[in-house]
Design a protein around this ligand. Sequence first.
Ligand code: ADP
Ligand code: ZN
Ligand code: ZN
Length: 738
Amino acid sequence: MNAAIKAAQSTPPTPSSNVIQVAVPVPLARLFDYDCATVPATGARIQVPFGSRQLVGFCMGPVEPTASAYKRKSVARIIDDERILTEPVWQLLNWAADYYQHPLGEVLAHGLPVFLRQGEAANYQTTQAYRATTAGQQLELNDLRRAKQQQRLLAALRANALLRRDIVAQEFSLSALKALIDKQLIEVFQHQPSTQRDWTFAIGSEPLQLNPEQALAVAAIGAAQRPQTYLLEGVTGSGKTEVYLQAMAEVLRKGKQVLVIVPEIGLTPQTLQRFQKRFAVPIVMLHSALTDRERLDAWLDAKNGAAAIVIGTRSAIFTPFSRLGMIVIDEEHDSSLKQQEGFRYHARDLAVVRGHKEQVPVILGSATPSLESINNVTQQRYAHLQLTQRAGQARPTRHSVVDIKQMPLKAGLSVPLIERMREELARGQQVLVFINRRGFAPALLCHECGWLAQCRRCDAYYTVHQRQQLLQCHHCGDQQRLPAQCHDCGSTQLVGRGVGTEQLEQSLTELFPDYPVLRIDRDSTRKKGSLQQHLADATENKYPLLVGTQMIAKGHHFPHVTLVAMLDIDGALYSADFRAAERLGQLITQVAGRAGRASAPGTVVLQTHHPDHDLLQDLIQNGYAAFARSLLKERELTQLPPFGQLALFRAEAHEAQHAQAALQAIAQHLPTHPEVTVLGPMPAVMERRAGRYRYQLLLQCQQRGLRQQLLQHCLPQLTQLAELRRVRWSLDVDPQDF
Ligand code: ADP
Ligand code: ZN
Ligand code: ZN
């Protein structure tokens, strides 16, 4: 590689030298030609001058020189001897750039860890690791009972030395790390990673005895003639994870690697621990708190085969492997699998494509599958595996609906609910109250004149955060001191309207003074390691009352929870978003799934003003599986996904008419076709956000192929439109939320 750099530097660019096409990470849907003395391998990174900058691009191969009006520039540096990505990932990224109509240079860069995007060499460096000292080994662990974080970390380091990245990935606190070093209970050493670390398959703990449905699922995956995609549809607590583990064991046994994608790593510590306990093989976790160096090391471990299992969030779908044997997507319905900005890919959909290209099985697991995946089962594109029973002793949850029309509420809680909670708590059980608003109150209202504190940059109200004495906009992050007086009439009678987690926590403390309350939301878990600690405390029933947001709906089990209450589900029943019903069904089912995990049966109480709403009744009486299938029929009638194919153009600008004009221009340049409907331009649900007006234009096609052709054909012209220069615009293929 050094030879290549020298060659590029010492040979002055000659006009008659070779010409290559380069994919440069810029938002332009084209390749650029450069001169070079030696032609780099296709897929190798090269550094090129671009405007006044130097960028790292990818060589796309030689081309015939064309007579160009301007002088071609020369490649500044060849970084790699060979293609940096493995063939399958290279193919996948090229495919994705085409499918999502996103500039190839940006997509390829997206597939690399930050260090490699910046042109660093794809090599390991020595990294810091930590191990227990003799004093640390001999210490009575109980001596650290007052410092739980230190105790937990020391226990882990006594078992194994850990790299800093593993410590971070397992959500240990870095201040605990420092404290243990200061006490000389642990020490730092230089870990020298080798490029060829081999592993052999070994079981860490014995697998569970499968129930018949689980056994059938594992056998079906193992016995398949050719690899395919499976939808593992299993009610919450039915033992999907056990199915993944046993299906993975077969793959690992053959020395192959497994990629596991989860919605959010910090939220599923129990699942991660089960992977670590079960398999005594190297597991790499691509955690958001990794440093760039750690991320590169993890990437190298996957690429050269040193990692047996890679667990990560959506971007892990681009991890290169030397011997990939299986892909698992847990919670395949989760909307976090879709990237919502820039290169807007869907990790589940790419997993299916990747599995097909690499000929490896893909398992999509969920208690509440997406309508897309259910339809793919109906169309026999995916094999269907079902787990209809809860595993072990757990029994199904019961639903109960409380009609809160004209009922007095105390911090959002109705009297019948409070009574139910009281009974449950008296029996020593745990109660979880779900509310999807953090903060104290969703709005600040003047009691005298009705003024509401509205974000100056968005069409949204500020959320009241009483503890910090702040007004905060949850859409743009804008913050203000909590005002003492109304901005309109000067009254000091300002009150919070509606209920957030902070207020609920406070009210529960007043209502149930004998029972400690734990709140789990983004505000209460900002400190490093605190989420882990909160989840552990909740699991061990240290707090009889739990208050939480969306964060607690994702896969975590609270074995002592027997009553789950959802305070506010009405918004979603009448939402304009065509996916709102599907999302509500998933949320209610997932939150309900937190209850009654152990032997005690669980109940879910839903408070609503619309107890007779069809959707709600369908869900409660027939369960998610039937509910989803009736939603699917509606989608078919309206030709919405998965039956219609959508693409959404978005534009935003400081002037509303600029955003509108841009989309109008796009609409005019789209050809008319009997099978294509163009809707808009229309304002986004939140028309103004962070000071910009947002508009959208929806393209609806019956056939995916037609949509792709149309976009491919029109996009080059569209990008040239003068109206687009005044706005920020984007194209979202298969948009999720709008
Ligand atoms: P899911 O992923 O479907 O929500 P899990 O795999 O987490 O379900 O399983 C739920 C609980 O049931 C876990 O505590 C797990 O240990 C237990 N479990 C799973 N399979 C079995 C089995 N075959 N026998 C006994 N317990 C099981
Ligand atoms: Zn007022
Ligand atoms: Zn705002």
